[in-house]
Design a protein around this ligand. Structure first.
Ligand SMILES: [Zn+2]
Length: 348
């Protein structure tokens, strides 16, 4: 038996062994006269078992996942695998080449482009291959993000609440196996075109991450995520000899659950120089001053203070210091401690 996908030439998804290929993105312009931009892909097949889809580089300036998946591709052999690993380490290849969140070729946020269009621009085509071909083939999905150039997150797994009790339970189990220091939960945005939304719609358990940011990688965050990724792949049953995550492991390093809401984002109301007054993971109370913005050239104007709208935990801090009206400075998350929030949210 063979299994081929026309827009992923040369790959037999049913084969045992390690294969390298690419998503074939048709696009011709001044830079790309060959009319094909290849987004790299590895398929590591080990026979019958679950299919796990692993993605990084959905945003080109988020490097933690790109490094993790490059290493995974090089270190995992077909004999280590039960089932199939499909690994896309640089999904929005145009954005990855530029080291930017979105690519200048189309300016499209790939994580808002699902389910995409086979007749659209590069990000739209990538989205349609992910939503129409790869997610339906998968039993589990992980898409690895971080704060990118613009921000830094507490090192976290990241999940949409719900959409069903069964999917939520599978996500909580996966987050527990991954064992990042934090888990950020958000209400689902099914119509917003994210990969998490596409997986929810397809009924496939998926977790994402926010592993730091600032347009670089952190050695301790990366090390913990390497261990977590192996543990997760053992939990999902796709890596043969990976020992199952121990209950004691998560008892020693409990996951801190927080919930992000749009209302708890602190936006700047003036342009200038951003000064954070809090650090990631810090507990704050409603009304606490969390940031100031200084007018760069108006020396007689006092700095403007910005306050936390809620009691909570500092989950995201803006990275570049120069900000505009509307720039998000800090995000405060609702603190759930070590208990996952209720996830039985059925989106309307
Ligand atoms: Zn991202």
């Amino acid at each position: 038996m063979t299994l081929h996908i026309p827009r992923i030439p040369g790959i037999d998804f049913a084969a045992v062994g390690k294969q390298f290929g690419h998503l074939e993105i048709e696009h011709s312009d001044n830079e790309n006269d060959a009319a094909v931009i290849p987004s790299p892909l590895a398929v590591i097949g080990g026979g019958d078992g679950p299919t796990v889809l692993l993605i990084a580089g959905t945003h080109g300036d988020e490097y933690e996942g790109q490094v993790l998946l490059q290493e995974l591709i090089r270190t995992v052999q077909a004999e280590d695998v039960t089932g199939r690993l499909i690994v896309l380490p640089a999904l929005n290849i145009c954005a990855v080449r530029e080291g930017r969140r979105v690519a200048s070729v189309d300016g499209v946020n790939l994580n808002r482009a699902m389910p995409g269009s086979a007749a659209g621009g590069p990000a739209q085509q990538i989205a349609s291959i992910v939503a129409e071909e790869l997610i339906p083939m998968a039993d589990y999905v992980m898409d690895i993000h971080s704060g990118g150039n613009a921000s830094e997150y507490v090192p976290s797994a990241f999940v949409y609440l719900g959409p069903t009790p069964e999917l939520w339970a599978a996500k909580v189990a996966a987050v527990t196996a991954f064992n990042a220091p934090y888990c950020v939960a958000v209400k689902p945005m099914l119509k917003a075109g994210s990969i998490s939304g596409a997986a929810d719609l397809a009924g496939v358990p998926m977790i994402s991450t926010e592993l730091g940011g600032r347009g670089t990688v952190s050695v301790p965050i990366l090390q913990r995520a390497k261990e977590g990724l192996r543990s997760l792949l053992g939990h999902w049953g796709v890596l043969k000899d990976e020992s199952k995550p121990l209950a004691s492991q998560s008892a020693e390093r409990p996951i801190h659950w927080v919930q992000l809401t749009a209302e708890a984002a602190v936006h700047s109301t003036m342009a200038g120089l951003f000064e954070p007054l809090v650090v990631l993971g810090q507990k704050v109370s409603a009304g606490d001053v969390v940031a100031r913005v200084h007018a760069v050239e108006e020396l007689d104007r006092p700095a403007k203070e910005f306050h936390s709208p809620i009691d909570g935990v500092v989950a995201i801090v803006r990275h570049p210091a120069i900000v505009n009206v509307g720039t998000t400075l800090v995000n405060i998350a609702v603190d759930h401690g070590t208990t996952p929030p209720e996830g039985n949210h059925v989106p309307s």
